[in-house]
Design a binder for this molecule. Structure first.
Ligand code: SF4
Length: 468
C-alpha cells in the first residue's frame, strides 16, 4: 500500500483528545530541551559551529554525485559491497538477494528511520524472516506494533505505566514500573537474539567520504553489536548523509549529541571500516552498504528544498515545535514528523500525498533557531505551502476565502464593518459559528467591545486632552 498522510486532518482530533499521550510527549520534549539548553550554553562558539556545519553540508550536497562516487570507491577498496537503490522496492530487492546469498533467517536491527521509510520489517516478515529491533525504544514499539513517534525517542509517546503493562502482556513477566528491571528483561532476551542472528542491520549517521567508513551514534551499544556480532552487516545509508572526512566528525558529533539528547557526547560512536581481516578476532565476514535515493535526488533540483538534505536527524526541531508537542508524532501519519517531516514528506511521497503537513506549523521559527545545521525550516514550510497552493491542492474554497479575508484586512472601513457585523452575529448566536468541519475543532475567537481601535481612540484623545 502506498504511504500517504492525506488523512492528517481527519485523524487529528483523535490525537488531540489523547491527553495521556500529549502529557508524555510534553514531558519528554521539555526534558530534552532543558538538557540541550544546558549543554549548548557551555559552548560559546555554538553559533559558529552551526554555520560551519551548514557550509560543509552545502558543499557536499552541491556536488553530491561526485561525493557519492568517491565514498563508494573508498568503501569498495575496504572490501565493502556498495549498492545504490533508487527506491524502496529496489532496496528491499537488494536485501532479499543478500538474504538468499547468505542463507539468513534471523535479523537483528538497530534504530534506523531510513528502514522505517522502506517498510523494511514488514517486507522481511513477508518473506518469513525474523526481524528483532534491539534499540530499547524500538523494542518497545515493536512489541506494541506501533510506528516510532520521534526521530531519536521512538517510544516517547508512552508512559512508564504503559510500558510496564506492555511488558507484562507481551513478555509474560510480573508488572513492574522499574525501568532498570524492564531494561534487564529486554537485555536478556535480546542477548540471545544477537548471538544467534545471521545478519545485523544498522543505519548510518554519517558516511565519511575520504575513507568510505560510516559512523553510527547511539547510547545502548546495540548498534555496535548489530554491526559486529553477526557474520553479515548491512547498513542502510541515505544518500545525503555524507561528510568530507574524519576530521569533520567531531564537529558533527558535538552538534548532534547536544541537539538530540542534550548530551556532550553519546555513549557509543562506532566507525565501520569493512569486513574482518584474517588477523581480526571478531567482526562480520561480509559488509554491505545500500545507499538509498528514494526521491532524495528530486530535492537537488530545487534550490530551496535541497537545504532539507543537510538534516542530521537530531530531532531538536520536533522537541521545540509547539505543534509536535501537542499532537505527537503519530498524527503526522508517516515516518518523518515535526517541522522537518512537514518539509520533506511532501517531497518524498509527492505533494498529493501530504498536502496538509506544511500547514501544521505556527511558523514561529523556533525550529529554524534550534536546528544545528541551520536549515531555514519555517521558510521551507512556507515554500512548501506555496507549492501546494499553486498545485491546487488546498481545500475547495480556501483560496477564495483567503482572498476575501485579505480584502477585509487591507481596508480599515471594511474591517470595522466586519467587526461590528461579527459582534452582532456573536450576540445573536451566543458565540457559536456553525461552519461544517471547522467548528468541530475550533472555538471562534470572542469579539470584545470596545474594540482595540475604539479603546485606543478614546484613550489617546483623553491623554492628548489631559496634556494640553
Ligand atoms: S531539521 Fe535540523 S533540527 Fe530538525 S532533525 Fe534535522 S538537523 Fe535536527
Amino acid at each position: 500500500m502506498k504511504p500517504t498522510t492525506r488523512h492528517f486532518k481527519q485523524e487529528l482530533p483523535r490525537h488531540l483528545h489523547n491527553l495521556q499521550m500529549r502529557r508524555n510527549i510534553m514531558k519528554a520534549t521539555w526534558h530534552s530541551l532543558s538538557k540541550r539548553a544546558q549543554v549548548v550554553s557551555e559552548v560559546p562558539e555554538w553559533e559558529s559551529l552551526r554555520e560551519q556545519a551548514h557550509q560543509i553540508k552545502k558543499q557536499i550536497i552541491d556536488d553530491l554525485e561526485a561525493n557519492l562516487k568517491k565514498f563508494e570507491e573508498n568503501a569498495r577498496s575496504k572490501g565493502i559491497e556498495v549498492l545504490f537503490a533508487k527506491d524502496a522496492r529496489e532496496a528491499i530487492r537488494f536485501t532479499l538477494e543478500i538474504v538468499e546469498r547468505h542463507g539468513i533467517n534471523r535479523i537483528v536491527k538497530s534504530k534506523s528511520m531510513l528502514t522505517e521509510e522502506l517498510n523494511f520489517n514488514e517486507a522481511m516478515e513477508a518473506h518469513n524472516l525474523e526481524v528483532v529491533e534491539t534499540d530499547l525504544g524500538e523494542f518497545i514499539i515493536q512489541l506494541a506494533k506501533e510506528p516510532p513517534s520521534h526521530l531519536t525517542g521512538p517510544a516517547v509517546h508512552k508512559s512508564r505505566q504503559e510500558i510496564a503493562q506492555l511488558f507484562q502482556e507481551k513478555l509474560g513477566i510480573p508488572y513492574s514500573e522499574d525501568p532498570q528491571h524492564l531494561t534487564r528483561v529486554a537485555r536478556k532476551l535480546l542477548r540471545e537474539k544477537f548471538l544467534t542472528a545471521d545478519m545485523g542491520v544498522t543505519g548510518a549517521n554519517f558516511g565519511i567520504i575520504d575513507n568510505g567508513s560510516i559512523a553510527i551514534v547511539e547510547n545502548e551499544g546495540n548498534a555496535r553489536l548489530c554491526a559486529s556480532l553477526p557474520p553479515v552487516h548491512l547498513a542502510f545509508i541515505g544518500m545525503e548523509r555524507l561528510i568530507p572526512g574524519y576530521s569533520d566528525l567531531p564537529l558533527f558529533l558535538k552538534l548532534l549529541a547536544r541537539s538530540s539528547t542534550g548530551q556532550k557526547m553519546t555513549t557509543y560512536v562506532s566507525t565501520i571500516d569493512g569486513p574482518r581481516s584474517p588477523n581480526s578476532l571478531d567482526g562480520p565476514e561480509n559488509v554491505y552498504y545500500i545507499i538509498v535515493d528514494n526521491r532524495r535526488s528530486t530535492f537537488l533540483e530545487d534550490e530551496h528544498l535541497k537545504q532539507a538534505l543537510y538534516c542530521i536527524r537530531c530531532g531538536a526541531c520536533y522537541n521545540t515545535c509547539p505543534v509536535y508537542q501537542n499532537i505527537g508524532g503519530h498524527a503526522y501519519g508517516w515516518v518523518y514528523q515535526g517541522p522537518i517531516g512537514a518539509v520533506i514528506t511532501p517531497q518524498l511521497l509527492g505533494l498529493k500525498e501530504a498536502p496538509d503537513l506544511p500547514f501544521a506549523s505556527s511558523l514561529c521559527g523556533s525550529c529554524t533557531d534550534i536546528c544545528p545545521v541551520k536549515i531555514p525550516l519555517h521558510h521551507l514550510l512556507l515554500y512548501q505551502r506555496k507549492r501546494i497552493v499553486e498545485a491546487g491542492l488546498t481545500q475547495t474554497g480556501e483560496p477564495t476565502a483567503i482572498q476575501l479575508i485579505s480584502r477585509f484586512l487591507r481596508s480599515s472601513s471594511l474591517y470595522s464593518w466586519l467587526n461590528s457585523t461579527a459582534y452582532l452575529f456573536q450576540k445573536i448566536t451566543g458565540g457559536k459559528l456553525p461552519l461544517p468541519g471547522w467548528s468541530k475543532i475550533h472555538t471562534p475567537p470572542r469579539i470584545e467591545k470596545p474594540t482595540f481601535k475604539e479603546w485606543w481612540q478614546k484613550h489617546h484623545t483623553t491623554t492628548e486632552s489631559s496634556n494640553e
